[in-house]
Design a binder for this molecule. Structure first.
Ligand code: CU
Length: 182
């Protein structure tokens, strides 16, 4: 019995050491993103850093209409169709088919984020944080960088964080593909 206990303790120790090494090796996976508008013009860039509890999204944007604008994680990493309004980026990253809305009792979907607040000069610098997704995959946080990637999409209107399917966010006005850092 005592031997079993010691073996169990040893296994926990090995697991802790291996676990710690694993965390260190994967510490803070990063990705970058560059946005274009419907004319294909550059409207800024950002960095995504995946920490132990969620993803920090650091954005520095320009050329956007002032006011509150919705931004979401869309399921497909494609912004090749500005003329068509970035529909190729698909719907929100939402593998479990949850309702949209950070404030919806049946939500949120995994792509939901707070609104951007764009200044009068069309710029916005912001750090967003989401615990609903990961870059490469984490428990309870689906991967943005899966086989078809993901995009951040900015909409023409604000997100009311409640109504379906996208909180009244309106057309897509800017899009950026998330690229893993090598
Ligand atoms: Cu969206």
């Amino acid at each position: 019995m005592k031997q079993h206990f010691l073996i169990a303790v040893l296994m926990v120790c090995i697991w802790m050491v291996l676990g710690a090494t694993h965390v260190e090796a994967n510490e803070h996976p990063r990705a970058t993103i560059g946005f274009i508008d419907r004319d294909g013009h550059d409207v800024g860039a950002g960095v995504l850093i995946d920490g132990p509890h969620g993803v920090l999204i650091d954005l520095d944007l320009h050329g956007l209409p002032p006011g509150r604008r919705a931004i979401h994680v869309h399921a497909i990493g494609t912004c090749d169709d500005p003329d068509e309004g970035f529909v190729a980026s698909g719907g929100h990253l939402n593998p479990e088919g949850r309702k949209h809305g950070l404030m919806n009792p049946e939500g949120p979907d995994n792509g939901d984020l707070p609104n951007l607040i764009v200044r009068e000069d069309g710029t916005v610098q912001v750090e967003l944080f989401t615990q609903l997704v990961s870059l490469q995959g984490a428990p309870g946080r689906p991967a943005m960088l899966d086989y078809d990637g993901a995009a951040l999409v900015i909409h023409a209107q604000r997100d009311d964080h409640y109504s379906q399917p996208i909180g009244g966010a309106g057309p897509r006005i800017a899009c950026g593909v998330i690229h893993a850092d090598e």
